[in-house]
Design a protein around this ligand. Structure first.
Ligand SMILES: [Zn+2]
Length: 334
């Protein structure tokens, strides 16, 4: 842990662990500040002595300023420069290669450009006609990618949507809470959205109640049982105060599944170099959207492409060891 974590034994949270109220709350709090937009402020996170989860004890009454409209909603699209580069590199030769297209490799190479969907859904009986609801979809980056991969029955909901409804071709995104959704789905997806809700067990229970028989809840989420949180403490980029209201661990998600009538059928880590360059930037007071950020301008950032590549390799090694700072958990009915 870095010295920026203050173990203040005088301040104990009165809140219970959001993943299981029977868990023991650790003494003290971690004090974090808003670093993505550089808004500052002090936000206290309690932690669970049983499962290691973190949660914000003093949730701001109005979170809207922290989602700063276009900035936040363009963030996801730009969040992974590695993927953007991969896309650019992959598109050129593949679009030129008629041989690949004629070989029927279209969906396979599309899967290589956006491998996340293939790994999310692998072995889960999910097909391109599966009915998929993206919870906390933002303005639809993930849905657009799934559409491009050939998935046809897609919709999204997001409580912070700037307008009541957005249509992207046949895909509709509504400003709506999961609890008021009436349809049933083959997949309810939380792609880095579960950490933005105060009651993750309630959200998983609501998702579970909207699954068709054989359906799956797929959760991509930052994880506190990670080398990056241990190394960077409150400068860990994926703590992301105060937007991340809860940050689970694998043990927390096991507990949440049990409470929501679900079981984990697949889990793996999928962290990348962002855990290092994002956290290093925060350790040097460079905001994610600032002029010296790798995200904004790699040439003006303190990092070389070789450093980023080395961190990608380190992330892959951590993922294999189950220590990467984010992961994917697939849940089915218990
Ligand atoms: Zn706990």
């Amino acid at each position: 842990m870095t010295e920026s974590i203050r173990q203040d034994a005088g301040v104990a949270s009165s809140l219970a662990c959001p993943y299981n109220p029977a868990h023991s709350v650790a003494p003290g709090v971690v004090e974090a500040t808003e670093r993505m937009l550089g808004l500052g402020g002090t936000y206290r996170y309690a932690s669970c002595a049983t499962c290691g989860a973190l949660w914000l004890t003093d949730v701001p009454a109005d979170l809207a300023p922290f989602y700063a409209g276009d900035d936040y909603y363009s963030f996801e699209a730009a969040a992974d420069p590695g993927e953007q580069r991969l896309l650019a590199l992959a598109m050129k030769p593949l679009l030129r290669s008629r041989r690949l297209a004629l070989a029927g490799g279209m969906s396979r190479w599309r899967g290589k450009v956006f491998p996340f969907a293939a790994t999310w859904f692998a072995g889960q009986g999910i097909t391109q006609s599966s009915r998929i609801l993206d919870v906390g979809s933002g303005s639809g980056t993930t849905l657009a990618r799934l559409r491009w991969l050939g998935f046809r029955d897609l919709s999204g909901i997001d409580p912070f949507l700037p307008s009541p409804e957005i249509r992207i071709g046949p895909v509709t995104i509504r400003r709506q809470a999961l609890e008021s959704v009436e349809e049933q789905y083959d997949v309810v997806l939380f792609n880095h959205s579960l950490e933005h809700v105060p009651d993750p067990v309630g959200a998983l229970r609501a998702a579970s109640a909207r699954l068709r028989p054989g359906g799956r809840v797929v959760v991509g989420v930052p994880l506190a049982d990670s080398a990056a949180f241990e190394r960077y403490g409150t400068r860990w980029a994926q703590l992301d105060a105060p937007r991340h209201l809860t940050v689970p661990t694998a043990a927390a998600l096991d507990a949440a599944a049990a409470a929501a009538g679900l079981r984990v059928v697949s889990a793996y880590r999928d962290s990348h170099a962002f855990q290092f360059w994002g956290s290093e930037q925060y350790a040097h007071d460079i905001t994610l959207h600032g002029p010296r950020s790798w995200l904004t301008d790699p040439a003006a950032s303190p990092f070389t492409p070789a450093q980023i590549e080395a961190w990608e390799a380190e992330a892959r090694a951590l993922n294999r060891a189950g220590r990467g700072d984010q992961g994917v958990f697939v849940f089915a009915a218990a």
